[in-house]
Design a protein around this ligand. Structure first.
Ligand code: HEC
Length: 114
């Protein structure tokens, strides 16, 4: 029993250190979401043609500033379910959770352009 407690005393700091340093490493590595790299491709894939003039005649979301300015109503609408009033993308299936999360994380990361 004594041997076991000595052993635990010896290994605990190493285990703890491993846990906290791997957490830090994961956080540092995770890149920030940007408009150009992450958000724009999703918009082009899911919000065209309606929000991309000249083909689309709905509110234009074809540039950084327009998307940034409307991010709150976008997040509200893409989180709704098909059939609910205001759901986007209009008449299309709901975006996947991971895609929706890109918009949420983009906002949390500070709405970076690049
Ligand atoms: C098939 C066409 C179509 C697609 C695709 C589409 N929308 Fe829309 N969108 C509309 C229409 C129609 C309206 C206006 C009616 C309304 O407000 O619900 C609208 C309105 C909006 C508004 C409110 C604009 C305002 O006036 O303030 C937002 C925000 C929005 N859409 C976001 C999106 C996002 C984000 C996507 C892509 C993930 C998307 N929409 C895809 C047709 C579309």
């Amino acid at each position: 029993m004594k041997k076991l407690s000595v052993l635990l005393l010896l290994i605990t700091p190493f285990v703890l250190q491993f846990c906290s340093s791997s957490k830090k490493a994961a956080k540092a590595k995770e890149p920030k979401i940007t408009y150009t790299a992450n958000v724009q491709p999703i918009m082009v894939a899911n919000c065209t043609p309606c929000h991309f003039p000249p083909k689309g005649n709905k509110k234009a979301f074809d540039n950084y500033l327009a998307v940034k300015t409307n991010i709150d109503s976008m997040i509200i609408r893409i989180q709704k379910n098909p059939g609910e009033k205001g759901f986007m993308p209009f008449k299309h299936p709901k975006l996947s959770d991971s895609t929706i999360n890109v918009f949420v994380k983009w906002k949390n990361d500070g709405l970076l352009e690049n």
